[in-house]
Every structure is written in C-alpha cells, then in structure tokens.
Design a protein around this ligand. Structure first.
Ligand SMILES: Nc1nc2c(ncn2[C@@H]2O[C@H](COP(=O)(O)OP(=O)(O)OP(=O)(O)O)[C@@H](O)[C@H]2O)c(=O)[nH]1
Ligand SMILES: [Mg+2]
Length: 458
C-alpha cells in the first residue's frame, strides 16, 4: 500500500455541472497546486481559506479555467495529509485537463476510495466510519442515509467499546491467574466471569439481530401482488406507485408478465411486483405468466392477496388463498366502492388470522392505510430495540457472529472447568475479531477489498 506519494482525482460526478472539483492529497499537493493555480492577488495559498484565481498550463501559460481553491494543511484535513481542492467549472473537458496537468506535475491518479483509505491509515476515521462514508454516498433512501450518517459519527464503534473493555478486563483477570499458577481462580470468580460473559454475549446477540432489519433498510423487500384475473392487482400496483405503470382493462388476463418497480415506504425500499391473474388457462402465453406469478409468490417477503369485494369468493380465489397460506401475507379486499358481497368472516384466511384491509383502487380509498399496514407488517418484530445500532454491513455481521461463537466456546470451557488458558482462547479471538470491525486489527487484503468498493475521488 503506497501512501507516500501524492494522489489526485476528480471528486465530483462526471458530467456537465455548475462546478467540478479536482482534489489532491499528499506531501506534494501544495507544490503541484501552486504550479497550476495562481491567486488573483498573487498571494500564496493559505490554509482553510477559499481563494479565487486562475488555472494555467504551467508550460504554455494558457488559461484553462477560473477556479476557487481551498487548501487544508496536514493533519487538519480529510485525509490527514496536505489536501488541495480546485473547484473549477463543472465541464468534463476542463476537469480532465486539470487532472492530466496534476499527473504531469507528479501526482498519481487515485484509486477508488484512496482518499478515505488515507484518512483511515492516518487515524482520521476508524474502519466503520470509512465504510459509513461509502454507505452515505451510496444511500438510495433517506433512511439509509440516516443510518450511515449515524455510523459516520462513530455510533457503532462507541457501542462496541464497552464490550471490548469488558472483554479486556476479563482477559486481564484470567491472565493474572495464569501468571500465578498456584493461585486457582476462585469459584466465585468463575461465576462472576460466567455472568459477565453472558451479558457480553447477550449484548452482541442484540446487535447481531439488528442485521435482519439492517438488511431490510439496505436491500428492501419484495412484495408480490397476486390474485385471480380482474380483481384489480394492476390497479393497486399503479396506485401504490402513484403512476399508471401497468395496463388496466376489464379483460381478465390483461397482465401477462411480471412487472416490477420500487417505492419507498418509511424509507424502506419496497420492490412491488405485479403478476398475471392466477387461473387455469389454455392460453400458452398466459399460462407462462401464471407460472411466473407462482415463482413471485415463492420469492416474495410479503404477498398481497387481492380479492374482489363485489363478488363472492370463487374457486380460483380459494385456490390462491390455499396456495399462499405458507407465505407472509396480507388480504386486500378491493372494489370497496361497489356494493359489498364479500365479508371478511367468509374468507378462510382471515378466520385463521391473516391481517386484512378494504380498499378501492378506483377511488383510492384505503390505499394510505394499505401503505401503513405494509410498513407495520415489515417492521413487526424486526424493528431494532435500540435506535442507534442497526447492523447494515455484512462484514460487520460476519465478525459479530464470529465473536459470539468464540465467546460461547469460552463460556463452555469455563463451565466445563477447563484451565484459564483454554478459556482465554475464545476471548482473545473475540477481541481480535471485534477489533477487525473498527480496523484496529485488520490485514491489508481486507482493506483492499473494502476500499475498492468506493467511488473514485473519495
Ligand atoms: N369499481 C372498481 N373497479 C375496479 C377497482 N379496481 C380495479 N377495477 C377495475 O377492474 C378491472 C380489472 O382491473 P386490473 O387492475 O386490470 O385487474 P388485474 O387483477 O390486474 O387483472 P389481470 O391483469 O387481468 O389479472 C378494470 O376494469 C378496473 O378498472 C376498484 O377498486 N373499483
Ligand atoms: Mg393486471
């Protein structure tokens, strides 16, 4: 990992824009910037000030752009090194030209995430915070951004600290017993340590459980809209999307293929899937659609079973209710604007406890309540107990699981009356693994893996 040289990159998105930034970091950042950029007053670049001037080709003297430049002197910068940011006009051609000049003057084009990698290596951020920078940039919903912003401020590392402290404390205690081999660990001590270990494992398990919800926030859920033909599946799909995405007609069998689109409910991405009406059919195209609808049911996290409230249950309805029984489902009685012929009591699924709701896709009545019901359904039993620890990162999850496993082994050894050395193995392993989360104990190839998922210029 080369961190001695000076790196540069275009830090703003490619494409035309009001401004675009070329960023330099490293020991020669200032020197390179000063050969390119000349303040109007002729004054040198001074730290923490925005200075206006011109960018010129150092060889030909040709004017390239007017720019505002900010210089951050090490260590008080994002990377902890000297950083210069040249805010040019956001023309891709200008930015490429300026970037090329920085390399001619000795800078190297930065790899993805290299600025943040340097910030990490210089102790400006721990690894969870560095990952939060990436997650914040990649966030697709407000909720994802909120969780990332919290992690960026170190909330996750702070949660882990007392756990690591408790572990260190116990390790010191046991190591001392090893040093003075003739002094056995007292039985009371064994009990006290076992109780503390239990608490640490419980705490880690709480964090581990929040991953289910974290993944929901990150990846969202699949929601399949199913039912027999003509009950109003596509109409409800369109209403939830708030646009006329799917074709709606009074001809049964209108939708043939799967249609999908994403909405955000309370910040959670929900992938809606409209499906073909399920029925026995001789039509070849339609029957392929019906097969796909069945696959969608199997893949869905939630199934909306749509029924037509203006008609009695048909055989097709009963078959679908039967078929979706194992799935987490919500019964939606549609066409509430028409005279009602279907009361919930007559629906076997409702009798066996599935939640239900009445809507009218025609008038929009009940659609907001449907959204709320979906959110409640998603959150039920999965919402995190403590607002500030939501595990969203698979790497963190994996390490937490490994720490729990190691501590359970220690717990087993402790209760089984093994020697301190044996008990300590799992505790040391857990501490090391937890250190990997924040980056205290991290090997180089893991860093490579993490930072290669960043965008360039960050
Ligand atoms: N009165 C009334 N009509 C509705 C309502 N929802 C849908 N419809 C009508 O019912 C018919 C079928 O609607 P679609 O949304 O195409 O039904 P679908 O379940 O997608 O049908 P397929 O794609 O054929 O399986 C259309 O004529 C809609 O206008 C409703 O709430 N009230
Ligand atoms: Mg349809």
């Amino acid at each position: 990992m080369d961190v001695e040289d000076t790196i540069s990159a275009i830090s703003t998105a490619m494409g035309r824009a009001g401004i675009g930034i070329v960023r330099l970091s490293g020991p020669r950042a200032l020197d390179i910037a000063e050969q390119l950029f000349h303040t109007r007053s002729g004054a040198p670049l001074s730290p923490n000030r925005a200075q206006w001037g011109e960018i010129r080709d150092p060889q030909s003297g040709e004017l390239i752009d007017e720019a505002v430049t900010t210089f951050f002197r090490a260590p008080r910068s994002y990377t902890g090194e000297d950083v210069v940011e040249l805010s040019c006009h956001g023309s891709p051609v200008v930015l490429q030209r300026v970037l090329a000049l920085t390399t001619q003057l000795g800078a190297r084009i930065a790899k993805p995430g290299e600025f943040t990698l340097r910030a990490f290596l210089n102790g400006r951020l721990d690894l969870t915070q560095a990952e939060a920078v990436r997650d914040l940039i990649d966030a697709q919903t407000v909720y994802q951004a909120k969780v990332a912003a919290r992690q960026l401020r170190g909330s996750f590392s702070r949660q882990l600290q007392p756990i690591k402290d408790a572990l260190t404390d116990m390790i010191v205690h046991l190591e001392t017993a090893v040093e003075f081999a003739d002094e056995d660990v007292h039985p009371q001590d064994v009990e006290a340590i076992a109780a503390r270990l239990d608490r640490v494992i419980a705490h880690l398990s709480d964090i581990e459980r929040s991953f289910g919800f974290g993944r929901l926030i990150r990846e969202g859920i699949q929601l399949a809209i199913v039912g027999r033909p003509n009950v109003g599946k596509s109409s409800i799909f369109n209403k939830l999307l708030e646009k006329e995405r799917a074709i709606v007609t009074d001809i049964p069998g209108t939708t043939r293929d799967l249609l999908s689109d994403v909405i955000s409910l309370d910040g959670i991405p929900v992938h809606l899937i409209d499906t073909a009406g399920i029925r026995q059919t001789a039509d070849r195209v339609e029957s392929i659609g019906v097969e796909r609808a069945r696959t969608a049911i199997a893949d869905a996290d939630i199934v909306l079973v749509i029924l037509d409230g203006s008609q009695e249950l048909t055989e097709d309805d009963r078959a679908i209710l039967e078929e979706t029984q194992p799935a987490p489902r919500l019964i939606v009685i549609n066409k509430n604007d028409l005279p009602c012929r279907l009361t919930p009591e007559r629906i076997p699924a409702v009798a066996s406890g599935s939640p239900w709701i009445r809507v009218s896709a025609l008038t929009g009545a009940g659609i907001d309540e449907l959204r709320r019901t979906i959110v409640d359904f998603i959150a039920s039993g999965r919402a995190p107990a403590a607002e500030d620890v939501i595990l969203t990162n698979a790497r963190h999850h994996d390490l937490i699981v490994r720490a729990i496993r190691a501590l359970r082994e220690s717990q087993g050894a402790l209760k089984g009356g093994y020697t301190e050395e044996v008990i300590l193995v799992g505790m040391h392993e857990a501490l090391r693994v937890l250190g990997e989360i924040t980056g205290e104990t991290t090997v180089e190839d893991i860093l490579d893996q993490i930072f290669s998922t960043f965008c360039i210029g960050k």
